[in-house]
Structure formats: structure tokens, C-alpha cells
Design a protein around this ligand. Structure first.
Ligand SMILES: *Cc1c(COP(=O)(O)O)cnc(C)c1O
Length: 710
């Protein structure tokens, strides 16, 4: 049924008959990773396309009717349009690529999805991973459906004051111009469902986003049927109020499960990305008991066998834990309904290392899912150590948490021009074989000048983008010159550029490079070999330590001694990330080991030829091969030692290599390293490799088990 659930988009105005297909493209995020799809809107009206922030729905709302009529008569435009529409329809109907074996349908739950800036329902890495997973599942033709939350005020826009202090405003999602559709009931109203067992009753309305062939359903509590305080349940991501957070997670897990049932969405495998939606597991047990008339134990066994839990936290303290009191007041009817007593119920979330703390969502996920994974090899070791006592009664010799290292969706994160160059170099069908190292070997065929020219173009674009933002701020608000300098107005595309863009929080050590300002000044202001650093990233609104670190960086950037060569770009987003991962020369990553579960921004950089410079944490122990980037420090973090290591590698290796310009005027050795980086990171850290691994490790074996039992 879910292929043709009745839905309505309120935003797209009526289009001329011959352009109706434009709505198909506008209402499917497919265009976000297909340059040809973007080109149609660009052709239609380049100015409106830019002004709309590359949002086709906003653009179609604003474009004068006359222009649409003219476009219908424009032969060139219509040819291009038919071509793209055909491509789109073909994509939607194509047979699956992996084809040989088909897994059973998968429901993928996550608290956030990072897909595109017109749908601001994400805060960071977890969301972009989930977004890339949906996109890649669509490309592969996996039978997947996503479940998430509509956060009407989900997105925090970062505004930095002249004193460097971060102020945030919550951006309200504009439902009129977002590529979202209402899911309708039989009478044509927006479908509203009741979340079972939450007292007082909470209702959610349902939205849908098309991500290629995958559908993502979003739950929204901001409707008039709810009490005012319940309307707020889905208003913000990760609210710090634990009571509200519990209600949020009940709505996501149990309500999300209900959505699947009400829409008649068939699925067999439940994949939970992080602990937030884990209550879906209880609801699944309840549904099995009720619908299949099996015993509690049998139902639990079935849920365990067919559910997957992916953990992302490297710290026990970073998981959600709800007091038993809070849990009791929400779930006392619920466990009775399941035929459990309180002890049995609570036991699922009891952490043996801290049994009195309450109900731990990660422990719950680990216990209720027999299929468990961390997100990098290193992270699996850390995870096994943290949670070993959860499994001590199970006679397991090894802690049963495997890993599937994250990857990035190549068509989303590779620059268009670079993508085209790869099309020409690796052969037309390279995308079908993007996870094969042999395919990427052919990157060696790209000559130095061609690759450098593309990189340099990205660098210029990035610098222009940053300067343009500062110019606008200058024009709108009349900012102080030192603030303009700190925001990057003095950046120079010819200077070796280091990028550091990630959440501003203590464990990521964003200010490690500022550890010894005198030594740093020597590096930055080297007369013939200067260096510049671009920072970006948001602090969590309640993380004052993170905000202080950000302020320290911003104030350092305002210090004239660094001559405008340190910049802080405001409001890090997917758009800013795309400019930075392509445009800087070196991507810096120096968290405290072992706090980075995986990290994906460095992968986005490396596939674009930006060289990775990182501590050996997250994905880098798997990614680093001795010749495709650089390492900072040792296995154990120490701020002072790590800073020294960082400066030494910069002074002795990175700076000399960058400024080693051959007789041809080209940086031959640098570009050679860019190729090494691209071809070593591209195949393995692609979302394609990641999804194939999920298939092989989980989706297919689970499907076989289920089919055998049926
Ligand atoms: C990729 C990405 C992230 C996650 O990157 P990390 O390496 O985990 O920090 C966060 N924010 C944006 C905007 C991204 O594009």
C-alpha cells in the first residue's frame, strides 16, 4: 500500500500540462544528488533558483505563470526537461542493482535525517549518516522505509556576536516550501494517529518525503488535537528536559511503529539507528503477541532475531537513561499489556554496571536486538569494552557487537565537476562498481594539472562564498571590521588552507591548534609559505564549555597578529560543509581518543581530494595506509603532546609539500597525494560499501532465517 498512499502537497501550484512532470522531480529529493535534475531548475530561471536557496518548491511557487508558459514553447528547455524526466522515471523503475538476492523489507528508524537544507530536521553527523543510508538504499533499490520526526523548530541557526559568543535562533520549518507532503486519510484530511499507551493521549500527524525510491515518514505532534505542552514534543531535537525527552522517544518508537501498521507498510526487519527510537522494540513485541497469538517469550525471540541495533556512542555516560520512576509512570499499563511484570520490563534496560541509574536505552537496544553493530572497527572495540557486562550471563566468549564502518553517499558529497571528471576517467558505469578498488585505481590516469585546476576552482568558490556571506552581513548589520576579518573576508585561495568543521564541543578539541599561539603564528605568517585555517561548527545550545571554546577561536581570529588568516564561518550546515570539504587543502580532525565513534566529514573531504590530517580515532585507523594523509599524536591523547605533533607535521611535512611547486608550475607531489587519498578512501568509505555490508551481515541472513521459519 505504501507505494500509493494518498498524499497531498499543498505547495506546488498548478503547472502547465506539458510541465506536470516537473512536480514529480520537485517532490523527490532525487534531484539533490543528480546534477541533471538541478540543471532543469537552473535552466528555468537561474536567478530564482539561486534566490530560493536551491529549493524547487519555493521556486515553482514564485515563478510567474508567463515564464512557465514560455518554457513550454522553448525547444531547448523542453528537450532537456523530457530527458531529465525520463532519467528520473527510469531511476524509479529500474531493477535493483544488487539483484541476486533480495532481503525482506526494512524499516529504518532514526531521530534525525540530514537530507537537504530545505528539510531542516537534523542536527549533525547522526542525521547525515541516516540521510546517506536512505539515499544509498534508494540507489541500490533496497526495500527500505524510513521513520523519523518532523521538528517544526528543529534547526538552530547559529549567530555569533561580535564578542564571539554563540547565540542561536530556532528556525521554523516552512511547511509551505519544504519538499514534504501530507499523508491523507480516506476523507482527504491529514492522517492523524493516536500514540498508544501514552497518558494523556498524544496524537501525531504524518508527513512524507520521497528520497528517490525510499519513503521517509515523519511524525509531527504540533497539531491542535494535542495539549499545548504536548504539541511541543516534536518541536526540538534532543531536548534536555528528560521528561519531555522520554515522551519524545515514546512517540518516535511506539508512535513510529503505529504509523507502519496504520499505513499497512509491510516490513520484516527493524533497524534502529541509535537508542532514541528503541521503544519500537516493545511495540513490536506487543504487536506479535496480539496479531500472531504467540507467547511473550516467542515474541521477544522473534523481535530479537529480526531487529538490528546500531550504536554510535563511545561513552556510557552519553546514552539516555530514564529513572525507574519516570518509566513507571509512562509504562505501567504497558508492561501489563505485554504480560510482563515490572522487574522483567525494567530488566531490559538495566545496565549491570549501574543498575540503580534507571532504564538505559542503549542497554535496551543491545539486549532486545540480536544483531548489533558499532560504526567503525575502533568503535567496536570501545563498545565491547563499555558494554561487556551486559553480555556476561550469555556465555558469550566475545562481546557480540560487530561493526559496519560508516560511509558517505558519493553522489551527494562529490563535487559535480569532479564527478564528471570521474565519469570520463573511470568509465561510464563506474558508479555501479564504486566500491571496487580496481575502479578507483584509474584515478591515476587523471593528470596533475586537470586535478589541481578543479581543486583550485573549488577553493576559489569556497573563498567567494565565505566572503559573500560576510559582505551580506556587513551590508545588513554594519559589522565591525575585525568581525569581518574573523569571518573570513581576508582569505586567499593561494594560501595552504586547513579546514576544521565539526561540533564545537570539548572532546573534539577545536582549539587544539591554538595551543601554542607563538608557534602557530610562525606557521601561519611564514613569509613565503603562509597557512590559513577555516573553522566552522555549532555548539549545542546548552553546552557552555563548547561556546567558550568557540569564543576563544573567534577572538583569536579577530586578533590582528594573525592577519585574517584564521576565520570562523558562521552557521555550519550541509551547504557550508560542501564548500569546505571540497575547497580546503587539509581536513583537520583531533578529538580526544576514543571519543570519535567514526566521523564522516573527513571521508567527504578525502573523496574530493582534500587530504586528511587526523588522530588515529574513528574511521582513520582503517582509512590511513601510511601514504594517504597524516597522523597526529599517538594512541593516547595528551593535549600538549598532540599539539606539538600537529605543529611538527605541519612544519615538516604538510607546508613544505604544499609549497613544493615544480618547474611546470604545478604541485606535482601534492596532487599525487590527492589521487592516493581519493582512490584509497573512495571505494571503501562509500555508502555503497556500507550498505552492502549491512546487507551481508544483517539484512540477508535475517531474511533467510525469517523465510525458513515461515
Ligand atoms: C558530514 C557532516 C557532519 C558529520 O561529520 P563529522 O565528521 O562526524 O563531524 C556534521 N555536519 C555536517 C553539516 C556534515 O555535512
Amino acid at each position: 500500500m505504501y507505494d500509493n498512499d494518498p498524499s497531498a502537497n499543498i505547495a506546488i501550484p498548478e503547472l502547465p500540462k506539458s510541465l506536470e512532470g516537473l512536480a514529480d522531480i520537485a517532490l523527490n529529493l532525487w534531484w539533490t544528488w543528480n546534477p541533471k535534475g538541478q540543471n532543469i531548475f537552473h535552466l528555468l530561471n537561474p536567478y530564482l533558483w539561486k534566490e530560493s536557496g536551491h529549493n524547487p518548491i519555493e521556486m515553482l511557487k514564485k515563478i510567474p505563470q508567463q515564464e512557465l508558459d514560455d518554457a513550454c514553447k522553448d525547444e531547448h528547455f523542453m528537450r532537456e526537461f523530457h530527458y531529465v524526466h525520463t532519467l528520473f522515471l527510469k531511476y524509479m523503475q529500474d531493477k535493483t542493482i544488487y539483484s541476486e538476492e533480495e532481503p525482506l523489507p526494512i524499516a529504518y528508524f532514526c531521530a534525525e535525517f540530514g537530507l537537504h537544507h530545505s528539510v531542516p530536521i537534523y542536527s549533525g553527523g547522526l542525521g547525515f549518516l541516516a540521510g546517506d543510508i536512505l539515499k544509498e538504499s534508494s540507489d541500490l533499490g533496497l526495500p527500505m522505509v524510513g521513520i523519523g520526526f518532523m521538528y517544526p523548530q528543529g534547526y538552530v541557526r547559529q549567530i555569533i556576536g561580535s564578542d564571539g559568543w554563540q547565540n542561536g535562533t530556532n528556525e521554523t520549518i516552512n511547511q509551505d516550501i519544504a519538499p514534504i507532503e501530507r499523508v491523507l486519510d480516506e476523507s482527504g484530511n491529514q492522517l492523524i494517529i493516536q500514540v498508544p499507551f501514552i497518558d494523556p493521549t498524544v496524537y501525531v500527524s504524518i508527513w512524507k518525503i520521497n528520497v528517490g525510491r525510499v519513503k521517509l515518514y515523519l511524525l509531527d505532534t504540533d497539531i491542535s488535537q494535542n495539549d499545548p505542552w504536548d504539541r511541543e514534543i516534536s518541536s526540538h531535537l534532543y531536548t534536555p528536559d528528560m521528561n519531555q525527552r522520554l515522551r519524545q522517544q515514546i512517540v518516535l518508537g511506539i508512535g513510529g511503529y503505529r504509523v507502519l501498521e496504520v499505513l499497512g507498510i509491510e516490513y520484516s526487519i527493524l533497524h534502529l539507528n541509535e537508542g532514541h527510537p528503541a521503544f519500537a522494540l516493545f511495540e513490536r513485541v506487543r504487536a506479535y503477541i496480539k496479531d500472531e497469538k504467540i507467547s511473550l517469550d516467542e515474541a521477544i525471540e522473534r523481535v530479537r532475531k529480526s531487529s538490528i541495533f546500531t550504536t554510535h556512542t563511545p561513552l556510557a555516560a552519553a546514552t539516555d537513561v530514564y529513572s525507574f520512576d519516570m518509566m513507571s509512570s509512562s509504562f505501567k499499563d504497558y508492561w501489563e499489556n505485554l504480560g510482563m511484570d515490572k522487574e522483567h520490563f525494567m530488566n531490559f534496560g538495566m545496565n549491570p554496571d549501574a543498575p540503580s541509574d534507571g532504564f538505559n536505552m542503549t542497554v535496551f537496544g543491545l539486549k532486545m536486538c540480536q544483531n548489533r553493530n558499532a560504526v567503525s572497527q575502533k568503535h567496536s572495540q570501545v563498545t565491547q569494552e563499555i558494554w561487556k557486562n551486559v553480555f556476561k550471563d550469555e556465555n558469550e566468549t566475545n562481546v557480540p557487537i560487530t561493526y559496519v564502518t560508516n560511509g558517505v553517499h558519493l553522489p551527494t558529497w562529490l563535487g559535480d565537476e569532479l564527478f564528471e571528471l570521474l565519469d570520463q576517467t573511470l568509465g561510464e558505469n563506474w558508479m555501479q562498481m564504486q566500491d571496487l578498488p580496481q575502479i578507483w585505481e584509474q584515478v591515476e590516469k587523471i593528470d596533475n594539472k586537470t586535478l589541481w585546476d578543479i581543486h583550485y576552482m573549488y577553493k576559489v568558490r569556497m573563498v567567494n562564498f565565505i566572503r559573500e556571506r560576510v559582505r551580506r552581513k556587513w551590508a545588513d548589520e554594519g559589522i565591525d571590521p575585525l568581525v569581518a576579518m574573523a569571518e573570513g573576508v581576508m582569505l586567499d585561495p593561494d594560501v595552504l588552507t586547513i579546514g576544521f568543521a565539526r561540533r564545537m564541543t570539548a572532546y573534539k578539541r577545536p582549539d587544539l591548534i591554538l595551543h601554542d599561539l607563538d608557534r602557530l603564528e610562525g606557521i601561519i605568517n611564514n613569509f613565503s609559505k603562509p597557512v590559513q585555517i577555516i573553522f566552522a561548527g555549532k555548539a549545542h545550545p546548552s553546552d557552555n564549555v563548547g561556546k567558550k571554546i568557540l569564543q576563544h577561536i573567534f577572538q583569536t581570529a579577530q586578533n590582528p597578529r594573525f592577519r585574517g588568516r584564521i576565520a570562523f564561518v558562521e552557521d555550519y550546515s550541509e551547504e557550508v560543509a560542501k564548500y569546505l570539504v571540497r575547497g580546503v587543502d587539509v581536513w583537520l580532525n583531533n578529538p580526544q581518543i576514543p571519543m570519535e565513534a567514526c566521523g564522516t566529514s573527513g571521508m567527504k573531504a578525502a573523496i574530493n581530494g582534500t587530504l586528511h590530517f587526523s588522530v588515529l580515532d574513528g574511521w582513520w585507523p582503517e582509512g590511513y595506509n601510511g601514504t594517504n594523509g597524516w597522523v597526529i599524536g599517538s594512541d593516547v591523547s595528551d593535549d600538549s603532546e598532540d599539539a606539538k605533533s600537529l605543529y611538527s607535521v605541519l612544519e615538516q611535512k604538510i607546508v613544505p609539500l604544499y609549497y613544493d611547486i615544480g618547474a611546470s608550475g604545478i604541485r606535482d607531489n601534492w596532487v599525487s597525494l590527492m589521487r592516493t587519498s581519493m582512490k584509497s578512501v573512495g571505494p571503501y568509505f562509500s555508502a555503497r560499501r556500507m550498505m552492502k555490508e549491512y546487507l551481508k551481515k544483517f539484512y540477508l541472513p535475517i531474511s533467510k532465517t525469517i523465510q525458513k521459519e515461515e
